[in-house]
Design a protein around this ligand. Structure first.
Ligand SMILES: CC(C)(COP(=O)(O)OP(=O)(O)OC[C@H]1O[C@@H](n2cnc3c(N)ncnc32)[C@H](O)[C@@H]1OP(=O)(O)O)[C@@H](O)C(=O)NCCC(=O)NCCS
Length: 292
């Protein structure tokens, strides 16, 4: 039976998570770096975060979230959303044994149709050969992503001033920073991020910005009105975040983040691509893989 492409429903999300987990676990097996950590299935905590985020997307953007289903159940998924003028792809996967058989492309087409009124589009691609081929065909320019990882050298952390904990009262400020950086605020996604992550904000007469630390204490999302503020916020995140830090998704337009990462004695590697249509890589900005 050929899979049917139909909208994802809230009750599909746990099964969709298993498809995504299998797709990414097998991708990790195939593309893992020799010096990288061994591939792992999602932890219970990470699985719960994935499910909560995907239910949030299904609720706000039912037209952007799709599954491919046959008599075995869900075999592929694509979730996406519109925020103002930007369409973002949040996640995209097909069960490993069924990849390369033409299931993924119509799934992506259904999700992209949700963004047809948008002038800009963003996605964070894995290094998967099929994914990058499909994104390139769909008109995305691919910008390599750098990751900074390791144990932060605490003695390198400067005194960080003018950074405070943030709250829902900062959403307007954050949305205006994101409009300047990527053309759209995160709008309802702040509800989700504020519920599950820690927010740090800097708002002074010379610049403003924010950084979220995710459920693992890693940098989740960062935006600043200028480099100086972004640097200050990244140091604050390194000071307050996990012992084993990751600053993911740094594009070449954000060398300031590489400078801070090296100063903190983190190690650098490349992984995946920021795919963009109708826009340049945002800066100073560190995007999130799904909420971008
Ligand atoms: C990316 C993914 C969702 C695509 O779904 P799919 O069902 O495999 O895709 P399709 O079969 O519709 O299309 C695959 C395309 O890649 C090509 N392809 C197949 N095997 C390939 C390979 N090993 N390397 C490169 N391209 C390949 C196909 O020929 C086809 O392109 P074409 O139509 O121009 O010939 C799926 O492969 C996947 O789950 N990958 C692992 C998870 C992942 O990386 N997801 C993307 C996250 S950003």
């Amino acid at each position: 039976m050929n899979p049917v492409i139909r909208p994802m429903r809230s009750e599909d999300v746990p099964e969709a998570e298993r498809v995504s987990d299998q797709g990414f676990f097998e991708l990790d097996l195939r593309t893992r770096r020799v010096d990288g950590p061994p591939p792992e299935h999602r932890s219970e905590t990470h699985r719960a975060v994935w499910i909560e985020r995907t239910r949030h997307l299904v609720r706000h953007d039912p037209g952007g979230c799709w599954v491919a289903e046959d008599d075995r159940g869900i075999v592929g998924i694509a979730t996406s959303f519109r925020r103002e003028t930007v369409w973002c792809l949040a996640t995209y996967a097909v069960l490993p044994r069924l990849q390369g058989q033409g299931i993924g492309k119509p799934l992506l087409a259904a999700a992209m149709d949700h963004g047809r009124s948008c002038t800009r589009a963003m996605l964070s691609s894995s290094s998967d050969g099929r994914a990058v081929r499909i994104y390139h065909q769909a008109g995305f320019a691919l910008h390599p992503q750098m990751y900074l990882t390791g144990t932060v050298d605490r003695s390198a952390i400067p005194v960080v001033e003018k950074v405070r904990d943030g709250s829902a009262a900062d959403v307007e400020l954050m949305d205006s920073l994101d409009r300047a950086a990527r053309g759209a605020g995160h709008g309802p996604d702040h509800e989700l991020m504020l519920r599950t992550w820690r927010l740090l904000v800097s708002d002074t007469s010379t610049g403003s910005g924010y950084v979220y630390l995710d459920e693992r204490g890693r940098v989740g999302l960062l935006a600043g009105s200028n480099r100086r503020t972004a640097v200050r916020l990244l140091w604050a995140a390194l000071a307050e975040g996990a012992e084993q830090m990751t600053v993911p998704h740094v594009t070449g337009a954000n060398q300031w983040a590489v400078d801070v990462g090296f100063a903190a004695r983190l190690a650098l590697h490349t992984e995946g691509y920021l795919g963009l249509r109708g826009m340049k890589p945002p800066a100073p900005y560190v995007h999130h893989g799904a909420l971008l």
